[in-house]
Design a protein around this ligand. Structure first.
Ligand code: ATR
Length: 273
């Protein structure tokens, strides 16, 4: 049977095996999908061993995405732009192809929630790996403006300069942000510590869409905060998780699984519904 897995550390709580097993059942593909948690300095060896032993493809998550970028034979354009690899496929001619489906997953999830990106003003919070992966796919949707705000402002400036040729992207300091924005995407890891990015509540209005790339069994700190200040449409990163997985599955198997039912089952599994 064709073998796939996700590399990460820690990875025990990964939902990827659950999601891909449901995709395989739905599309009647014969495959198995597991977990691998190599020591941080043993990822390269573990990756080689997996493919030497017949593995067909893998996902890569924290903290290995940047390392995977340096270990594959060839990179897709979107992986090059993201500077990180979350999906690897062994091609029929034996080449290890590194891809990145995170940004496509974000855009697909936003669209599935009915969020209009064309001609919109988007505020992206954070300038780390998650923000970098989102930039090109967001700009490809032709927003009228994409503003990056980051705690360390110079990182936002660097990122804006790097993606400037792909669309109208600028960096603004948190305290200088000028609304109104149609969509705010939180790509920071602040919610992991229950913290909030230093955003003024004045930017929140009833018609704004709020997206937090993090997720949990209950609202993230950022989503709770936005709701408190009047945001009516809030979304967490669970849908992005399922959509990036669907994109990876499509890269591997050439068949696109449906995501709605799988997302519902995942929510049930997590106790969210
Ligand atoms: P990832 O790969 O998940 O994006 P990262 O590269 O470590 O992780 O980036 C984390 C991002 O969250 C950074 O933009 C970080 O801001 P700094 O560049 O100033 O470090 C941001 N971040 C983390 N904690 C934050 C907090 N409490 N408030 C605001 N921003 C925060």
């Amino acid at each position: 049977m064709d073998r796939y897995l996700v590399f990460g550390h820690p990875v025990r709580h990964s939902k990827s095996p659950f999601i891909h097993t449901l995709f395989a059942r739905q599309t009647q593909q014969e495959l198995e999908y597991g977990l691998a948690e190599p020591a941080v300095d043993e990822f390269a060896q573990a990756l080689r061993t997996f493919f030497d032993q017949g593995g067909k493809g893998c996902n890569v998550t924290v903290p290995f995405k940047e390392q995977a970028f340096t270990l594959v034979d060839r990179l897709s354009l979107r992986a090059k732009r993201a500077g990180a690899v979350n999906t690897i496929k062994l091609t029929d001619d034996g080449v290890l192809l590194g891809d990145n489906t995170d940004g496509a997953g974000l855009v697909a999830d936003l669209k599935s929630h009915g969020v209009t990106l064309a001609d919109s003003r988007i505020l992206l919070l954070g300038a780390g790996g998650a923000a970098r992966g989102a930039l090109a796919p967001l700009l490809a949707e032709l927003p009228s403006e994409l503003v990056i705000a980051n705690r360390t402002h110079t990182k936002a400036q660097q990122l804006a300069a790097e993606f400037h040729d792909l669309g109208p992207v600028t960096a603004q300091a948190y305290e200088q942000l000028a609304g109104p924005f149609d969509l705010v995407i939180n790509s920071t890891s602040a919610s992991l510590q229950g913290e909030l990015p230093p955003l003024t509540p004045a930017l929140i209005h009833t018609d704004i869409a709020i997206y937090d790339m993090m997720y949990g069994a209950s609202d993230t700190a950022f989503i709770s905060w936005a709701k408190q200040h009047g945001a009516r449409q809030t979304m967490d990163g669970l849908g992005m998780l399922v959509e990036q997985a669907a994109e990876a599955f499509t890269v591997w198997r050439g068949i696109r699984p449906g995501t709605k039912q799988v997302l519902r089952e995942l929510k049930r599994n997590l106790g969210v519904i």
